[in-house]
Design a protein around this ligand. Structure first.
Ligand code: ASP
Ligand code: MG
Length: 470
């Protein structure tokens, strides 16, 4: 069971989380609990580190002192048993003393390396997991705090370390399995890890889901529950499309496509350790725990609607490379991609003709440099403020007339680039960012008007319609 930042943001949220876990234990399950830092703490720690490294010692220490107060207050509100409360508070003070020590060091040396950034940011999960384990114990659960850095072993790519599966399997069976066998509930931080030498690393922003999946994979868990603050995966962003529906069931492949296209519910890499072992992933809402959420499984149930969801990725740029010289030559694409490689710039979508190549990338500050290099090969144009719309669904495989329906629904919008992935489960196209919301609403109206009730929660829509009518 993985709980994100908003599921542990304050004492009320931690209490809700505790009763959700206690409910699973009462139902005879043996959960391992993975928690994020309290909401927003990761951002604030990174800001403190950056401030310190720029010489703003006072600013950095002020952030740390606000975080100290927040963690202290949260603990006091949760832990009433005097001995436990003072033990936890001492621990929190100690951790913040050592954090302040690091921040002062950064302000003296004026340099923030990825390794030290990981060390600073690790305090978020190191603290949250302690507080939550204590809160569970206070509520009568047989909780055991586990330092995630003893279990999740990675390489040394700080800030985005890659897990070493064999070592994680070994550590999980040595440290987690015996706790579960003894009827205890292990509680550990997500996101943080260590390399083989024991130096703290992290799995990258949003990495707690990944931790959850790694632990589930190592223990061959029955399921991974990702507890967040939405009812699961939706047919589109409800802020853009108020009649978006909850998707009851979706395949791993579909969920991975959506994740890559920016649907914020899941970390894309979460999918991998789960897929390998066919462990179902459930996305659930800790603010609405009775909702059944979205179930992600290796094979999607049959669905009468062609698409499961519409995702949007904004702030993209399109780069057009046009060269008649590339006619009938080979090695041209390689030359183009070598330039993106040189600047470590990932490419989202590519479309080529005999004489031109169009690529899309996240808008970034290296773009002018990339364009300058490309212009040595060909004529180059690039433009920002683009959005990628991605329709995902396994049931478009082999269906004819799909493109006509999609582009018919947005016939009034100018489409700049189109791609249908080899996976044949997504159709993506690029438009102006300003047209994105309208395009999503038009597509949603066209494809989810008569959504299949076995796959989409159409009950909620009926309830909303009748309550607004009433
Ligand atoms: N706390 C980390 C972050 O905010 C990891 C996570 O919550 O998944 O990125
Ligand atoms: Mg998250």
């Amino acid at each position: 069971m993985k709980f994100g930042g908003t599921s542990v943001e304050d004492p009320a949220a931690i209490n809700r989380t505790a009763s959700i876990v206690a409910g699973r234990v009462a139902a005879g399950k043996s959960p391992v609990v993975v928690v994020s830092a309290l909401a927003k703490v990761t951002d604030q720690l990174l800001r403190a580190a950056a401030a310190a490294a720029q010489g703003d010692r006072t600013g950095a220490l002020a952030i740390s002192s606000r975080l100290r107060a927040r963690h202290r207050d949260t603990s006091c509100a949760l832990i009433k048993t005097p001995a436990d409360a003072s033990a936890l508070c001492n621990l929190i003070e100690q951790k913040f003393d050592s954090l302040d020590e690091i921040l002062r060091g950064l302000a003296a040396i004026l340099e923030l390396t990825p390794r030290i950034s990981d060390l600073v940011v690790s305090y978020g999960e190191r603290l949250s997991s302690r507080i939550i384990a204590a809160a569970f114990a206070e509520r009568g659960m047989n909780a055991a705090h586990v330092d995630a850095r003893e279990i999740i072993i990675t390489d040394s790519q700080f800030q985005k370390a890659a897990p070493i599966d064999a070592l994680i399997d070994k550590r999980a069976s040595e440290h987690l399995r015996p706790l579960l066998d003894a009827g205890r509930v292990p509680v550990m931080g997500g996101f943080i890890a260590s390399n083989e030498a024991g130096i703290t690393t992290t799995l990258g922003r949003g990495g707690s889901d990944f931790t959850g999946a790694l632990v589930a994979g190592a223990l061959s868990a029955e399921a991974i529950e990702i507890w967040t603050d939405v009812d699961g995966i939706m047919t589109s962003d409800p802020r853009v499309c108020p009649d978006a529906l909850r998707v009851r069931a979706i395949s791993f492949e579909e969920a991975a496509e959506l994740a890559y296209f920016g649907a914020k519910v899941l970390h894309p890499a979460t999918i991998l350790p789960a897929v390998r072992k066919s462990i179902p992933v459930l996305v659930l809402n800790s603010k609405n725990p009775s909702n059944e959420g979205t179930r992600i499984t290796s094979v999607a149930p049959p669905c009468k609607s062609p698409f499961k969801s519409i995702a949007v990725k904004k702030k993209l740029s399109i780069i057009d490379v046009v060269a008649s010289r590339m006619l009938m030559t080979h090695g041209y694409l390689k030359a183009i991609f070598d330039i993106f490689d040189k600047y470590q710039c990932p490419v989202d979508m590519v479309s080529t003709s005999e004489v031109s190549v169009s690529l899309t990338v996240d808008s970034n500050e290296k773009l002018p440099l990339i364009a300058a290099d490309l212009s040595k090969l060909a004529d180059v144009n690039y433009e920002g403020k683009k959005a990628l719309i991605c329709l995902v669904g396994e049931d478009i495989r082999g269906q004819s007339g799909m493109a006509a329906q999609v582009f018919g629904a947005i016939r009034h919008i100018n489409v700049r680039m189109i791609s249908q992935g080899a996976s044949e489960i997504n159709m993506s196209f690029m438009i102006e960012e300003d047209d994105a919301d309208e395009a999503v609403r038009s597509l949603h109206a066209a494809f989810f008007k008569d959504a299949d009730p076995s796959v989409f929660d159409t009950e909620a829509r009926k309830a909303a319609v009748s309550s607004s009518a009433g």
